[in-house]
Design a protein around this ligand. Structure first.
Ligand code: AN7
Length: 401
C-alpha cells in the first residue's frame, strides 16, 4: 500500500527498511498507492483523533496511543478584529496529551518503531519532541534517549522528559549539534531515530490538516500560518492537505505560511532571496526556544511546500512574539508557548504588510501549551501582589492601579 521514496532522485525503499534519508542524501517521503485508497466524507464521521484517518496512515498494528489529536479549532474574532481580518481560527495543538503537536508524530513513529522491532528510541530536541518521545516510549515500554541543548529547554518540557523516564543528555551545544550527534548515535547503536527527518513521524503530523479540513466541513482555509523550526510540521501539514485534494475530499490547498523568529530564520531568508537551499545559521537565538534552530533538517521539503502552495515566510521579533502570546491569552483565553505565538505575530505582520488579504480565511496553528514554559511567563508578566491576610488589604489591593 505504501513505500518510502526519495524526493530528489526518486529511489524507492520498502516500508520495512530502517532508513531516514536516501543514499543520495535526499529526504524521504511515505508514498501511498492512492488508487487503492477509497475514502469519502461518509467514511469519516465520528470524533476527531489521529487514528480516525487510519486509512491514510502507514501502520498495521495496534497503535501506541494516548488519544492524541482531536484538538480544538477556535474561532478568534477578537484577534481577527485586532489584526484587521474577519475569519481567523486557531488550531490549538497545545491540547494534545503532552501539550504539543509532537504527539501526533510520536503515536505513529513509536508504533512504527515497534513494527520494525526497534529496541530503543532516540531524538534530539529543543524540548517538546523529547517530552513526547519520553511519554510514548513509556507507553510502548521502550527506553528513550533524548539529547537536549544545555540550558535552552523550557522547564515544563524538561520535567516531562525526566519524569517519564527518558535518559536525558544535556549537550554543551545547540539543537543542530544535538541532532547531528543523535543521528550518529542511532547509526552506531541501532536506536530508532524519531526526529522529523523520520518520514513516519510526519505522517502522524499531517493529521493536523485532516482535522482542520474536517472541522471546517471538508473545506481548506485560504491560508495556514504556523511556526517553523526544523520545518517538519509545515511539510507534514502541506502533505496532508495535498492528500485530501488528491482524494477529492477538498478542492484547494491553503497557502502555507511559515513564521520564524528573527534570530533563527534561515527558511525566511531562502524564500526572500529566492534561493534553492537555505544557508544554515550557526548561532540561532530567540526567546522562543522551541524554534531556536539554525539548520532545519526538512528545509528542502518546506521550501517546496511554501512555493508550490503560493505561500510565504516571514520573521517576527521576540517582542512581537511576546505581545502576540499575551494578546492570545487575554483576548481569547488561549494559552500558548512563545514559539506558538509566533504564528499570531506573523499573521499581524503579514496583514500590515498587505501580504495577507483582508478577505482570507486563515488558520493559525498554535503548536504548544502555555504551561510548557512558565519561567518565561513569570519573566514577562507582572508579579503577584503580596499583601497581609486582611480584608482591608485585599480591598485596597483589588482597587489599586
Ligand atoms: C512549540 O521539540 O524541534 O518546524 O525538538 O516545539 O516541525 O520543527 C520543536 C519544534 C513549533 C517547530 N512549535 O516545528 C523539538 C522541536 C513548537 C515546537 C516547532 C516546535 P517544526
Amino acid at each position: 500500500m505504501y513505500h518510502l521514496e526519495c524526493i530528489e532522485c526518486h529511489k524507492k525503499y520498502p516500508e520495512t527498511k530502517v532508513i531516514y534519508t536516501c543514499t543520495c542524501g535526499g529526504l524521504l517521503d511515505v508514498v501511498y498507492d492512492y488508487s487503492r485508497i477509497h475514502l469519502t466524507k461518509n467514511d469519516l464521521t465520528g470524533p476527531l483523533s489521529v487514528w480516525k484517518y487510519r486509512a491514510l496512515l502507514p501502520i498495521s498494528r495496534e497503535p501506541v496511543s494516548l488519544d492524541e489529536g482531536g484538538t480544538p479549532l477556535y474561532r478568534v474574532d477578537r484577534i481577527a478584529k485586532s489584526v484587521g481580518l474577519k475569519d481567523v481560527y486557531v488550531k490549538h495543538e497545545g491540547m494534545n496529551p503532552t501539550g504539543s503537536f509532537k504527539d501526533r508524530g510520536m503515536t505513529v513513529g513509536v508504533t512504527k518503531a515497534l513494527e520494525l522491532g526497534m529496541k530503543t528510541v532516540a531524538c534530539a530536541s529543543t524540548g517538546n519532541t523529547s517530552a513526547s518521545l519520553a511519554v510514548y516510549g513509556a507507553r510502548a515500554g521502550v527506553p528513550a534517549v533524548v539529547l537536549l541543548p544545555s540550558g535552552k529547554v523550557a522547564l515544563g518540557k524538561l520535567a516531562q522528559a525526566l519524569m517519564h523516564g527518558a535518559k536525558v543528555l544535556s549537550i554543551r551545544g545547540n539543537f543542530d549539534d544535538a541532532l547531528k550527534l543523535v543521528r550518529d548515535l542511532c547509526d552506531r547503536e541501532g536506536f530508532y531515530l524519531l526526529n522529523s527527518v523520520n518520514p513516519y513521524r510526519l505522517e502522524g503530523q499531517k493529521t493536523i490538516a485532516f482535522e482542520i479540513a474536517d472541522q471546517l466541513g471538508w473545506q481548506a482555509p485560504d491560508r495556514l500560518v504556523l511556526p517553523v523550526g526544523n520545518a517538519g510540521n509545515i511539510t507534514a501539514i502541506y502533505k496532508g492537505f495535498k492528500e485530501l485534494k488528491n482524494l477529492g475530499l477538498i478542492d484547494s490547498v491553503p497557502m502555507m505560511t511559515g513564521i520564524q523568529a528573527e534570530g533563527a530564520s534561515p527558511i525566511v531568508a531562502a524564500i526572500k532571496n529566492n534561493a534553492a537551499a537555505i544557508t544554515p545559521d550557526s548561532h540561532p537565538e530567540t526567546v522562543a526556544t522551541a524554534i531556536r534552530i539554525g539548520n532545519p533538517v526538512n528545509s528542502i521539503k518546506a521550501l517546496i511546500a511554501i512555493r508550490e502552495s503560493g505561500g510565504t515566510a516571514e520573521t517576527v521579533t521576540d517582542d512581537e512574539i511576546i505581545r502576540a502570546q499575551q494578546e492570545l491569552a487575554y483576548l481569547e483565553g488561549i494559552g500558548v508557548e512563545p514559539a506558538s505565538a509566533s504564528s499570531i505575530a506573523g499573521l499581524r505582520k503579514l496583514v500590515e504588510l498587505g501580504v495577507i488579504g483582508t478577505d482570507e480565511k486563515v488558520v493559525c496553528v498554535t503548536t504548544g501549551h502555555l504551561l510548557k514554559d512558565s519561567e518565561h511567563v513569570l519573566s514577562v508578566c507582572p508579579k503577584p501582589i503580596e499583601i497581609d491576610a486582611t480584608i482591608e488589604a485585599v480591598r485596597a489591593a483589588v482597587f489599586s492601579k
